[in-house]
Design a protein around this ligand. Structure first.
Ligand code: HEM
Length: 399
């Protein structure tokens, strides 16, 4: 599920600029504009919140988790966060980071965002157990989970997003190298969305089931958004979470061979929205509010009882609200011949216990979509607030 371009954050926090090179020349030697809007767009690294939460979803995403090496404690972790933040700040502004390998030399920042998080295991290893927020709970098991331990969890997490693939890989490589000696990569997952400019106007992203995905996300400028998405417990030992949020990461494989056998009208019943327009089955257009009470002429609910949008809706979950902002993945065939494809689902919320966990408990038992999904990895991270200029992400915890 993704942050809808149509109804989503718009260009929040984005600015043109950060040009790294001068006028470019086309491959055939033709004069071309210096840097198109895609390359020249930068998302400022510093701010109250980290970037990559309300930033519109980029075309390429890399999710990477690291474990601290044996013996690396709080001081080593602080050094790492300092190096990572400096590299992220430079790259998001379109400047080469320390120890650059020139992979992205000709490109502008291309909306690069780098977002850092801490897993539960990070706090024990850095002797900061008393600073771990209560909201960073262990993820409970859910019915139907098929989790791979080696691609779950992690002491540290980085979410990298950019609208250019070389820029995204460059950032991943630089941050991986900067971890050397302090932390080892535990897992990496690579995903994508739509490229900017691929549609006639900004539109909500489609996922690999073919649905418009992200339509009913909470809007960053709506009243109540900050309280729903950004951490609430930010006093005393948890003051370092001021401006922070919690990310739940789930690799969710889609059983596409089974799904695609279902006629489109049945697929629409499973979600509760039309596939082509994204309009709710209660009527209207993509952005028309969902009417869960609407009934068809035959007396049946317009949005079926087990439709995904009914079961997942805040109204069905005591108001639980998530910001869904993920990436699709398509990693070729599995040994059984089925596509290893689906959604790198990322849910942002003020508190996972009243956010993702509450909703997923409901979905796992009652959602018609779960027949077509396998949750194959899981992780949860505390994502601190953004760094002020001159400081690094997590400094208030680690200094
Ligand atoms: C809505 C797809 C997993 C929570 C939607 C919509 C689609 C969709 C197409 C309707 C458009 C929209 O509002 O974005 C999927 C797919 C999934 C998935 C393909 C897995 C691969 C999840 C999970 C959760 C979740 C794991 C939470 C635990 C929601 C919520 C909504 C939603 C809260 C909005 C409901 C409303 O209208 O209020 N999803 N979803 N989804 N989904 Fe999912």
């Amino acid at each position: 599920c993704l942050l809808g371009a149509a109804g989503g954050a718009g260009a929040a926090g984005m600015a043109a600029g950060g040009l790294a090179g001068a006028a470019g020349r086309g491959w055939a030697g033709d004069d071309v504009p210096p840097l198109a809007a895609v390359g020249g767009t930068s998302v400022p690294f510093h701010g109250r919140h980290q970037v990559g939460i309300t930033t519109p979803p980029q075309a390429y995403g890399h999710l990477v988790a690291f474990d601290l090496r044996p013996g690396a404690g709080r001081a080593a972790a602080a050094g790492l966060m300092r190096r990572w933040s400096a590299a992220a700040e430079a790259m998001t502004a379109g400047r080469p980071p320390a120890g650059d390998d020139q992979i992205a030399l000709d490109a502008g920042p291309s909306s690069l965002t780098v977002t850092f998080g801490f897993g539960r295991s990070f706090f024990a290893k850095t002797d900061l157990g008393d600073r771990m927020p209560a909201a960073l709970v262990p993820m409970p098991p859910f019915p139907g989970d098929a989790l791979d331990h080696f691609r779950s969890g992690g002491d540290l997490w980085i979410q990298i997003g950019a609208d250019d693939p070389l820029v995204a890989v460059h950032a991943t490589r630089i941050l991986h190298k900067a971890a050397s000696g302090t932390a080892a990569m535990r897992w990496q997952m690579n995903g994508f969305n739509r490229a900017r400019g691929a549609t006639d106007r900004p539109r909500t992203v489609r996922n690999l089931m073919g649905q418009l995905d992200g339509t009913n996300n909470p809007h960053p400028f709506a009243p109540g958004f900050d309280a729903e998405i950004f951490a609430a417990d930010t006093t005393g030992p948890h003051a370092w979470m001021n401006g922070g949020s919690y990310a739940v990461v789930r690799r969710i494989r889609m059983l596409l061979d089974t799904w695609e056998k279902l006629p489109v009208d049945r697929q629409e019943q499973v979600i509760g929205r039309r596939k082509d327009t994204g309009a709710p089955l209660s009527g209207g257009t993509e952005t028309t509010p969902v009417n869960l009470a609407a009934v068809r002429p035959d007396g049946a609910l317009a949005i079926p009882g087990d439709a995904h949008i009914r079961v997942a809706a805040p109204a069905s979950n005591g108001g639980a609200t998530l910001l869904r902002r993920g990436f699709s993945y398509y990693d070729g065939p599995r040994p059984d011949g089925a596509p290893d494809a689906g959604l790198l689902f990322i849910a942002w919320q003020a508190d996972p216990t009243t956010g993702f966990i509450q909703v997923q408990r409901k979905l796992a038992g009652a959602d018609g979509l779960t027949r077509f999904l396998r949750h194959e990895s899981s992780a949860i991270f505390a994502v601190p607030g953004g760094a002020a200029s001159g400081s690094y992400v997590g400094q208030a915890l680690l200094e």
